[in-house]
Design a protein around this ligand. Sequence first.
Ligand code: BMA
Length: 327
Amino acid sequence: MANPKLFTHPCIHRYEGNPVMTCKDVPYPSTLVFNAGVIRYQGRYAMTFRNDYEHISQAKFAGTNIGLAFSDDGIHWKVEPQPVFALQDKEIVRAYDPRLTDVEGQIYMTFAVDTRHGVCGGIAKTDDLHHYEMVSLSVPDNRNMVLFPERVNGMYMRLERPMPVYSRGRDQFDIWISESPDLVHWGNPHLLLAVEDFPFANDKIGPGAPPLRTDAGWLIFTHTVDIDPTRGKNGWEDRWIKRYCIAVALLDLNEPWKVLGYSKVPLLAPETDYETTIGFRTNVVFPTAALRMDDNIIRIYYGAADTVIAFAEAREEDLIQLCLKDE
Ligand code: BMA
């Protein structure tokens, strides 16, 4: 039986001009432009985004790099002439899915790293968004790492998503939180949210945007995945049967390993054509950045169908209420 249809919560509104960035905006080889970190930078907006280029066949691309773009309004973006980040050597295949966090005035980019011995989470630091210095790399398998924008009780904090394939029997991936005195040595991990917490997920969840401070707690945006074998072919791949939604959760400000609440329904479910029918992997909305705009509106940037970048906005108060409600 097919999984139930999922709907976007009425508190969130997609920008009507979506998508805000596609491969057409990129002045170098580009096929898919998605999953972007966004921060405020020198009075403007800065974005680093995943760029997969030269589609060869099925899921194969000639390469992946990370591009940089600037914007005055966070809507109209100008991409720099060259990509700014890529990792590749004998061991490392590629880096992708960048998230940006300004941690107390120092900018960090976190990203996934495919290596020949597993997927790792990487952290690099940058002063100008053009040049990056590696800070640390996790053990495999780990993906979707995001940093908190400030230390908590003197420690750097991160959300991460290990992939325990041996002990959990199948893909059942959860969100963990850990801490570090220096962004290199990470420890004291706690399970934060499990895939089974979300009634509309049956496969995996993962941290999306770096946490956003509110008076009520840290707001975090996660992706939630359900697999439906009846879904069959979707997008360019022969058998893409996953659906990615966005959920929201609220963590205690001083003890962020304590979850104050989370949405029991999707915040955003794939519904528009650029999320469900046009693209590489359809039925995917993948959050990677959240910014507070004027009037306590929260803007959430997400990759749509692993092909373009879009955003949606909701009132901070509505998001908090959605986390605290039982239904
Ligand atoms: C995840 C990552 C993301 C991607 C998502 C949907 O596992 O690979 O880069 O957006 O799947 O395909």
